[in-house]
Ligand binder design. Structure first.
Ligand SMILES: [Zn+2]
Length: 286
C-alpha cells in the first residue's frame, strides 16, 4: 500500500464523515449529523471550516469524496440528490479542491462503499461484488474484474429504484413502489412512525420487510450472479435479526433451477465503508 496521506469525505443523508488515512491506516476521523432541511448551504458551511483546519494541520497528497446521491463520474460533478436540496449539477470537487489544495476525486457513495468493502472489508476476494447501502436511502455499487462498474452514464447499480411493488406508494423519483420507497430508513419512519432501528427489533415486522428487500436483491442475483452481496448503512447494523430472515426469504424467492449463490453479509467496515473507498478512489487504486 502506498505511503500517501489522503483525506476522505463521506457525505450521506443523515451524517457526514471526514477521515485522514496515512498509508491504509485511518489516523483521524470526525462524524457529524447532517441537517437535511439545511441542504447544500448548511453542509458546506459545516464542512469547509473542518477541511480548512485539517488541511492546514496535515500535509495531504490527495482527497476522495463519496457523495450520497448520483454523481456524473466522467464530469466529476454531483448529478442530483433526491433527498437534499441544492445539489443538482453542483461542482463539489472544485469547492473542496480550492479548500484542500490537492487533487480531488468524487464518486457516488455506494461506488465508494463497494470499493472500500472490496479492498478492506467483507467483500475481500469476492468478485463480482455487489454492495448496497441500506440507510436514509438505498444505493448500490458493483465491482467486476476488480474495478468499480459505473456503466456508460455513471448510473450502474441504482438498485434503489427497482420496482418491487408496481402498485405501491409514490417514490420521490416519480415511480411507484421502488425498493427505496419500501425499504429505506426515511420512508420506514414516515410510514410506520418509528425508526428503522426500532422496527428491526420486531420479528413480525422484519418478516414482512424482507419480502420487498429480497425482491430487490433477487434482481441483483439474477443479473450479476455476484460472489457476495455486502449490505452497509445504518439498517445493516441490525445483525442476524435482519440477515437471517433475509437469507431465508431470498432463498425462497430464487427459482429452484438457479444455482446462483445467495451470500449476503453485513459490511465489515461499519460506518466507514465509504471513507475507505473514497481513500482508494483518491489514490486511483480502483
Ligand atoms: Zn424510486
Amino acid at each position: 500500500m502506498t505511503e500517501q496521506t489522503t483525506l476522505a469525505i463521506d457525505i450521506g443523508g443523515t451524517k457526514f464523515t471526514v477521515a485522514i488515512f496515512r498509508s491504509d491506516k485511518m489516523v483521524r476521523r470526525e462524524s457529524r449529523a447532517t441537517n437535511r432541511e439545511g441542504g447544500r448551504e448548511w453542509l458546506l458551511a459545516e464542512l469547509a471550516p473542518l477541511l480548512r483546519s485539517w488541511s492546514r494541520e496535515t500535509a495531504l497528497d490527495n482527497c476522495g469524496i463519496g457523495f450520497g446521491g448520483p454523481v456524473d463520474f466522467a464530469r466529476q460533478i454531483v448529478a442530483t440528490s433526491t433527498h437534499v436540496g441544492g445539489w443538482r449539477d453542483f461542482d463539489l470537487v472544485q469547492v473542496v479542491r480550492q479548500i484542500v489544495g490537492v487533487p480531488v476525486v468524487m464518486d457516488n457513495d455506494a461506488n465508494a462503499g463497494v470499493a472500500g468493502e472490496f479492498l478492506f472489508g467483507a467483500g475481500r476476494g469476492c468478485d463480482p461484488l455487489f454492495y448496497m447501502t441500506l440507510s436514509t436511502g438505498i444505493g448500490g455499487g458493483v465491482i467486476v474484474n476488480g474495478r468499480v462498474l459505473r456503466g456508460v452514464d455513471s448510473w450502474a447499480g441504482e438498485v434503489g429504484h427497482v420496482n418491487v411493488r408496481p402498485d405501491g406508494p409514490a417514490c420521490l423519483c416519480g415511480s411507484n413502489g421502488c425498493l427505496e420507497r419500501m425499504c429505506c430508513g426515511l420512508w420506514l419512519e414516515h410510514d410506520h412512525g418509528s425508526s428503522a432501528r426500532e422496527l428491526m427489533q420486531h420479528p413480525e415486522f422484519v418478516r414482512e420487510y424482507v419480502v420487498d428487500l429480497a425482491r430487490g436483491l433477487k434482481t441483483v442475483l439474477m443479473i450479476l450472479n455476484p460472489a457476495r452481496i455486502v449490505i452497509g448503512g445504518g439498517i445493516a447494523k441490525s445483525g442476524p435479526a435482519l440477515f437471517d430472515p433475509l437469507d431465508r426469504e431470498l432463498r425462497k424467492q430464487m427459482p429452484a433451477w438457479s444455482r446462483a449463490r445467495t451470500d449476503v453479509a453485513p459490511a465489515a467496515l461499519g460506518d466507514d465503508s465509504v471513507v475507505y473507498g473514497a481513500m482508494a478512489l483518491a489514490r486511483r487504486i480502483m
